[in-house]
Structure formats: structure tokens, C-alpha cells
Write a protein that binds this ligand. Structure first.
Ligand code: HEC
Length: 125
């Protein structure tokens, strides 16, 4: 009986430690999430040429363009991803991802987009 209890305690401790192991993998998860949710429209390279792009009324943003992405603040980018294009006065063809991505995952994607454009977000006035 005592032995079983010890095993369960070790198991519980191991599972509790799992999230600790997962930290530091956020850049990796941003790439995975981008590959899962964004490439259909924004393209594998992020240039806006995904397989859906020709069928949309508005061209998906080119995430590698420092000119286009530099116009947007990080907060604007995060809101566009979370609440969709309409929430930032853009097209509804940019979907809302709030039901599939957490705020932390969205923040990591914003960082990934800043690497793609090699640009900084516009500072709010
Ligand atoms: C169904 C197609 C589609 C998918 C999927 C999609 N987007 Fe978009 N996205 C668009 C379109 C179209 C626009 C351009 C909207 C406009 O200019 O009016 C856009 C615009 C954007 C913008 C610019 C917003 C702005 O304020 O100008 C960002 C940032 C963005 N998308 C990020 C993402 C990310 C990150 C994902 C994946 C989590 C994603 N998009 C998935 C179609 C899509």
C-alpha cells in the first residue's frame, strides 16, 4: 500500500513538472501555429501567397514586408490575430483566432512576425 502511494506521488510530481519542460519551446510553437493556421492564406514564406489567396477579395498581408508590417503596432497585430480583421478596421477575410490560440501563443506569433519582417512595430503616439 505504501509503495503505491509513493508511485502516485512521483507520477503527480512528474506531471506537475511537464509545463516547466515546455517553457522555452514558445518560438517552436509559434512556427507550428503559423504553419497550421496562417499559411493557407499568408503562404509558407509569409509573403501573402497562400493557396487561398487568389480566392480572397483582399490580399493577405505580406508578413515579410518591413514597409507594410512596420506600419502596424504590436498591439494592432495581436488584436488582428485575436479578434480578426474587422476589429482593426480591415477585412473580415482575416479570421479571428481567439477560440484556438491563447493570448500567450498570439504574443509569440507577433514575435515571429517581427522576425519575418525584420522590422519593429510602430510605436503608438
Ligand atoms: C482565410 C485567410 C486568412 C488566414 C487563415 C489568416 N489570415 Fe491574416 N489576413 C488575411 C487577409 C485577407 C488579410 C488582409 C486584411 C486587409 O488588409 O483588409 C490579413 C491580414 C493579416 C494581418 C494584418 C492586419 C492589419 O491590421 O493590417 C496580420 C498581422 C495577419 N493577417 C496575421 C495572421 C496570422 C498570424 C494568421 C494565423 C494565425 C492569419 N493571419 C491567418 C487572411 C487570412
Amino acid at each position: 500500500m505504501k509503495k503505491i502511494n509513493f508511485v502516485s506521488i512521483v507520477l503527480v510530481a512528474a506531471f506537475a513538472a511537464l509545463p516547466l519542460l515546455a517553457t522555452g519551446a514558445s518560438a517552436e510553437s509559434a512556427k507550428d501555429n503559423y504553419g497550421l493556421y496562417c499559411v493557407q492564406c499568408h503562404g509558407l514564406a509569409g509573403t501573402g501567397g497562400g493557396i487561398n489567396a487568389p480566392h480572397l477579395g483582399v490580399a493577405p498581408r505580406n508578413h515579410t514586408s518591413a514597409k507594410d508590417m512596420g506600419e502596424l503596432s504590436d498591439a494592432n497585430v495581436a488584436t488582428a490575430i485575436k479578434d480578426g480583421g474587422l476589429s482593426v478596421g480591415k477585412s473580415s477575410q482575416m479570421p479571428s483566432f481567439k477560440t484556438v490560440l491563447t493570448d500567450a501563443e498570439i504574443a509569440d506569433i507577433v514575435k515571429l512576425l517581427r522576425e519575418k519582417c525584420k522590422c519593429e512595430g510602430k510605436k503608438k503616439k
